[in-house]
Design a protein around this ligand. Sequence first.
Ligand code: CAA
Length: 384
Amino acid sequence: MNFELTEEHLMIQKAARDFAQNECLPGVIERDEQQLFPVEQVSQLADLGFMGMMVPEKYGGAGLDTLSYVLAMEEISKVDASVSVCMSVNNSLVCYGLEAFGTEEQKQRYLTPLAQGKKDGKLYIGAFMLSEPEAGSDATSQRTTAIDMGDYYLLNGTKNWITNGSSASVYLVMAQTDATKGAKGINALIVEKDWEGVTVAKKENKMGIRGSDTHTVMFNDVKVPKANRIGDDGFGFTFAMKTLAGGRIGIAAQALGIAAGAYELAKEYAKTRKAFGTEIMNHQAIAFKLADMHTKIEAARLLCYKAAWEKDHHKDYTISSSMAKLYASEVAMWTAIEAVQVHGGYGYVKEYHVERLMRDAKITQIYEGTSEVQRIVISRGILK
Ligand code: CAA
C-alpha cells in the first residue's frame, strides 16, 4: 500500500490550491453576502479543465482519475464551497452520468461541451434534478411525470433544491412514466433549459453556499424527444442512484475541504493569538482541539481516497462513497464549529471566514443524501 501522491496528483493539487487562493479567495465574502453566482471562477475552472475532470479526452474532458478530482475538490472547498458545489454537480452527477450511461449521440451533443464547461465561448454547465417538494430522501416518490407520447415524452412537474438551477444549460431530469411500477417506472431525461415549457422559478435564500444558485424549476408540457432518454425505459432511478454514488465522493471531498480549511485557519490563529501571557496554542484546551481536528480530517481524507480508488478500479464503491460522505460531512460540521470556538469572538464575524465555513459545512450533511440516507445505504450494504 502506497500513501504517497504521484507527481501528477501533486501538480493537480497545487493548481487547485493556487486557483483557490488567487481566484476564489478575493471577493468570497461579498459573493456569500450578496448571493452572487461565481461566474468568473466557474469559467476559469472550465479553462483549467476542472469541469469535466474524469471525462475522457475524446469527449472534451481532462481524462484524469477520481483521486485527482478529490484533490481538486478539497483545495477549492477550503476556500469557496459555492464554487466547488457547482464543479461537483457538473463533474460527478452530470458528466459522469452521461459518460457512463449516455448514447454516443448524447455524448457528442451534450457531454462534450459540458465537460469543457463551455459552448461557443459561453459557460455551459449542467444540473441534476431528482429532488421535489415531496420527494427528497424518499426519492422514489417522484411526482414529476413523463408521459410516453410515442416519439417524445410530455414532461410536467416541479423540481426543487436544484444546484446550478439557473446557470445550467442542460438538466438531467428524473420523472415518473409509469407510477404502477414505482422505482422501475422512472426515466432520466436530458432537457435543455431553453425549451418551451421550462421555467426557472424561485431562488433559495440559503444559510450557506450562498454563491451557488439553488432554484425551483418547473416543467409545463415540455416535449422531450425519446432520443434524450438515458438508458432503457425505466432505468431512471437506478441511473440516479448509481450517479449519486459517484456524486457522494465529490461532496465528501467538499466536506473534507471545508473541514481542512477551517482547521488551517484555526491552527494559524492559535499560533498568533495570545491569552494569559502566551499564544493560545500553548493552552491544552486549544492544542487538543487541533489534535482532534487533524486526526478526524486525516481519517476523512483516507475514506475519500479509498472511495476514489475503488471507483477508479471499477469496484462497487456504493458503501465507500456513502461512508466517506457521512464521515467527512460530520467532521466538517464539527471542525467548523470548533474552529469558530478557537477564534472566540473573531470567529463570529465574517472577516475571519470560519463562520462562513461553519454555515457551508451544514449542507454537506444534507444534499446528495442526508447523513441518515447514507446510514441507510451503508447498513443495507453491510447487512444484505
Ligand atoms: N445502484 C443500483 N440500484 C439501486 C441502488 C444503487 N446504488 N440503490 C437502489 N437501487 C435500486 C434497488 O435495488 C431497487 O431495485 P429493486 O426493486 O429491483 O430491488 C430500487 O433501486 C429501489 O431501491 P430501494 O428499494 O432501496 O429504494 P428506497 O425507496 O428504499 O430508497 C434510498 C433508497 C437510498 C433512501 C434512496 O431513495 C436515496 O438515495 N435517497 C436520497 C436521494 C438523494 O440523495 N437525493 C439527493 C438529490 S441530488 C442533489 O442533492 C444534487 C445537488 O444539487 C447537490
